[in-house]
Design a binder for this molecule. Structure first.
Ligand code: ZN
Length: 557
């Protein structure tokens, strides 16, 4: 997984500005809390779109907007009443509350462990959100499902139903019933968009998804989504289950309305076509190299016009993997969608100021978005090469199984380092034009963006490992509280790092992985000082959807 994906949403407690809900934050507090999201305009160039696709896009933004309403209801039963109340309150405090409510799509602060920032609401987000009755315990649900037939059980534990109480007894209500009015409206707009577009695969997906909103059966439309091959790239429906912290069963509605980035998609295809060549040259014992690497999940690079619902609260998604339905994944695989303009917005509002605190003056001109994004692509592709199926003492196993809880940190570090290696390799072969000074310097600045969030999860641990390894090798140079690359050492140091990580995976060496992590997963006082200096740098963006607004009118509450 890349950086800034949804998995990072829960990792932000370190940035917390409120310790408890009471007393509720005042206007100044709320302004500070909102300021962690830098207002950023999101624009997309529509000039290459056909008239039909342009008309379709406007309908799709309107359809997506409805899913904000559905999501607000999914998150909390009182969400719409609270939002209506805040809209009536024109005081400074009321406006600050409304703004922060909209950033979270509810009364709990995503960046602060879902603690309430409004008075008179539940102090924390209920674990089951509004997917279950607020007074239902886990035990009650578990006892209830034991009484159900296998069909009823499927619905009760399925993605696409909410659990309600009727006459005191629990019952599963299908999304197509629970959200009928809004889903009907949304489906009608999807059908309108389907009429406008000239792209057959988009027409198929939109029609199938509109049907699914009525039938509650999402299978055929998930399959159609995998076959989508269209300049207008749409993801719309109930998908992720993170908001259901009780069981992780229930999918939240969201939408991403995107345009495909043709140039970057071609770049991904070029890299993917060269992956076997990179594998054949990986810096590890040749016996560990895979003569035939597996098929790669497709990667779509897009620019986001609009997002809504579950996609539009807290930290903005910069990449996602879907679908989640195992049957579709078995049959068609999954797709990774990368939102380039969202990454660029984060780069501008977040990485550029960080670089200002971190890089030596002579290095700042080397910070480069293109290098940043190309490395993210290389990171994703690198997950597809290197040792996965391995043999340990004659036993067939996997690197994941052998390295256990250390695997994801090692694998994230490997993907970063191997991504650098891949780009350097292709650049040395003149297959791509990459300015390695920009690549390495941007990567150095970017490491602080990850370290800033601490060492709790795999990306942070993996980054600390790389950072300290490269410091020890003299490739990252720390001087007077600023950092730069020693370009005479960097290439070899990266090669050594890739060698060490790949060899741990190839041999399933748990003890070796533990030793390396014990030595390197730490933040030294020098870096800690820099990180403390970053506390006023925004954590993320608050997108202003300029292009969406120009197409479909105001998209705010
Ligand atoms: Zn990754």
């Amino acid at each position: 997984m890349g950086v800034w994906t949804k998995s990072l949403r829960t990792g932000f407690l370190v940035m917390s500005l409120i310790a408890s809900a009471y007393p509720a934050p005042d206007t100044a507090d709320l302004k500070r809390m909102s300021a962690r999201f830098a207002p950023t305009e999101l624009r997309v160039d529509l000039s290459h779109l056909s008239a039909g696709d342009r008309a379709a896009l406007a309908e799709l933004v309107r359809a997506a907007r409805i899913l904000d309403d559905v999501f607000i209801d999914q998150l909390w039963s009182g969400g719409h009443a609270e939002l209506a109340k805040l809209k009536q309150d024109h005081s400074d405090l009321g406006q600050a509350r409304l703004r922060y409510f909209w950033l979270n799509k509810g009364p709990w602060s995503d960046l602060d462990g879902h603690v309430a920032f409004l008075p008179g609401v539940p102090e924390r987000k209920p674990a089951g959100a509004n997917f279950y009755p607020e007074d239902m315990s886990k035990e009650e649900f578990e006892a209830w499902v034991k009484t159900l037939s296998s069909d009823q059980l499927k619905s009760a534990e399925g993605f696409f139903s909410v659990i309600r109480r009727q006459g005191g007894k629990l019952t599963a209500v299908r999304y197509s019933e629970a959200y009928k009015a809004r889903l009907d409206e949304c489906a009608a707009l999807l059908r309108k968009a389907a009429e406008h577009t000239t792209n057959a695969s988009l027409k198929r997906f939109l029609t199938a998804r509109a049907d699914a909103f009525h039938s509650n059966d999402y299978y055929a439309s998930d399959v159609a989504w995998m076959d989508l091959d269209s300049p207008v790239d749409v993801t719309i429906g109930p998908y992720e289950t993170y908001n259901d912290e009780l069981f992780g069963y229930k999918a939240a509605f969201e939408a991403y309305i995107n345009l495909r980035d043709e140039a970057e998609s071609a770049k991904v295809k070029f890299f993917a076509d060269h992956l076997q060549d990179v594998e054949n040259n990986l810096p590890m014992d040749p016996k560990f190299r895979n003569p035939k690497i597996g098929a790669l999940a497709p990667i779509a690079v897009v620019n986001e016009v609009y997002c809504s619902g579950d996609a539009a609260h807290g930290v903005q998604t910069a990449a996602y993997n879907l679908p989640n339905d195992e049957r579709v994944v078995q049959e068609k695989g999954a797709k990774r969608v990368m939102l380039r303009n969202v990454q660029e917005a984060k780069f501008r509002t977040n990485l550029m100021p960080i670089a200002g605190h971190v890089l030596a003056a002579s290095s700042t001109s080397l910070l480069d978005f293109d290098a940043f994004f190309t490395h993210i692509l290389a990171h994703e592709l690198s997950h597809g090469i290197g040792p996965q199926q391995i043999t340990v003492g004659g036993r067939q196993t996997t690197a994941r199984k052998e390295l256990k809880e250390l695997y994801s940190s090692i694998e994230e570090a490997k993907a970063d380092a191997t991504g650098l290696f891949m780009l350097q390799f292709l650049s040395d072969r003149k297959a791509v034009k990459i300015d390695d000074r920009r690549l390495y310097t941007t990567y150095l600045a970017s490491s602080f963006r990850t370290l800033r969030f601490g060492l709790k999860e795999a990306h942070g641990k993996g980054m600390a490992m790389q950072f300290n390894y490269l410091i020890d090798k003299g490739a990252f140079v720390r001087r007077n509280g600023r950092y730069e690359i020693d370009f005479t050492k960097m290439k070899d140091a990266v090669r050594d790092l890739v060698h060490d990580l790949l060899t741990l995976e190839a041999t399933g060496d748990y003890t070796g992985a533990k030793r390396m992590m014990d030595k390197l997963v730490m933040i030294h006082p020098e870096e800690q000082k820099i990180i403390e200096g970053l506390k006023d740098v925004p954590v993320d963006i608050a997108p202003n959807f300029v292009t969406a607004t120009s197409l479909a009118g105001d998209v705010r509450p």
